[in-house]
Design a protein around this ligand. Structure first.
Ligand SMILES: [Zn+2]
Ligand SMILES: [Zn+2]
Length: 308
């Protein structure tokens, strides 16, 4: 099961009634946070999301509305007395930025690692680059004014374990768990047991795709293909804003709905609304005509996704 929450859904600046866009994915005691604008720690508190479990912070890009809450968040995690490492992944200059933060956040009770993504070379079909618990993370390049990445988060589902086959092969039960996780095992008498001999066919996991900030392009359709949840920016719903938005490398809510439909996603959550779009829900009927499973997210939007 994967618990997904949007503690904030705003773009550009935090508002009294709308925090900046951020997402949490929680599974099996592990939490991934995506983007950390000003006030993210307040947004997390409001949703009662513990900072203790945040082991991975994904940054889409280095605009202030996506990173300026990082020092406060690192201190918030420190206040929980977490001692397990925390990793931050993002495009350049994330490493230089985190180094600067150490001036105001010099002591942390946990190890802080930074993985800087190559600025413009991650292909659309790249393999996952990081795993935390059962969740894997794969970045993909978006089209924004500066290097910007979307992220695909997948909860893996192990194939079904064939207990009858394991019994036929006389494999002791204590090795079944390892074999189910895809590991081959050498038994006490040197027996070589292969996981493929006791596992069924692969089973689809849970797929969440997070995509902001970007102008619309076909590559997003590929990445969001059959996603259980596609989370995408939609700055405005007023069609007259289209040209101006594309110039600024953003998209309309309607563009996101068109992408969700083409990608055959199961659910679309819109986020990163402009402060000049105070009532994005007014476009809901129009958006659902393009893609029926569209949600104009509010802060605190939440779902528990389960394996099919
Ligand atoms: Zn932004
Ligand atoms: Zn931006």
């Amino acid at each position: 099961m994967l618990d997904v929450c949007l503690p904030g859904t705003g773009g550009m600046m935090p508002l009294p009634e709308r925090h900046l866009a951020t997402m949490t994915c929680r599974c099996g005691g592990y939490t991934i946070l995506v983007d950390c604008g000003e006030g993210t720690q307040v947004a997390l508190r409001r949703q009662k999301i513990s900072a203790f479990d945040i082991g991975l912070i994904l940054i889409t890009h280095m605009h202030a509305d996506h990173v300026s809450g990082l020092p406060g968040l690192l201190l918030m995690i420190a206040a929980t007395e977490r001692s397990e490492p925390v990793t931050i992944i993002g495009p350049p200059p994330i490493a230089a930025y985190v180094k600067c933060l150490k001036v105001i956040v010099p002591y942390l009770p946990y190890e802080l690692n930074v993985m800087e993504l190559p600025p413009a070379t991650v292909p659309l079909d790249c393999d996952p680059i990081f795993q935390i618990g059962d969740m894997t993370v794969a970045p993909f390049l978006l089209q924004h004014r500066i290097p910007c990445f979307g992220y695909t988060i997948v909860v893996q589902r192990y194939p079904e374990f064939d207990a009858a086959a394991a019994e036929r092969l006389n494999i002791p039960v204590r090795y079944w768990n390892l074999l189910q996780q895809g590991q081959d095992v050498i038994g006490p008498q040197g027996e070589a047991w292969r996981s493929e001999d006791v596992l069924g066919p692969p089973r689809p996991g849970i797929k969440v795709v997070y995509c902001t900030d970007t102008r619309p392009f076909d590559g997003i359709v590929q990445r969001a293909h059959k996603a259980d949840l596609f989370i995408c920016e939609g700055m405005y719903g007023d069609l007259a804003e289209r040209e101006r938005l594309y110039e600024k490398s953003h998209m309309l809510m309607q563009d996101a709905a068109v992408i969700a439909a083409a990608a055959e996603a199961k659910l679309l959550w819109l986020t990163h609304f402009s402060p000049a779009n105070p009532d994005p829900a007014q476009y809901l009927t129009e958006l659902q005509q393009i893609f029926p499973a569209t949600v104009v997210s509010k802060d605190g939007e939440r779902v528990e996704l389960k394996f099919p």
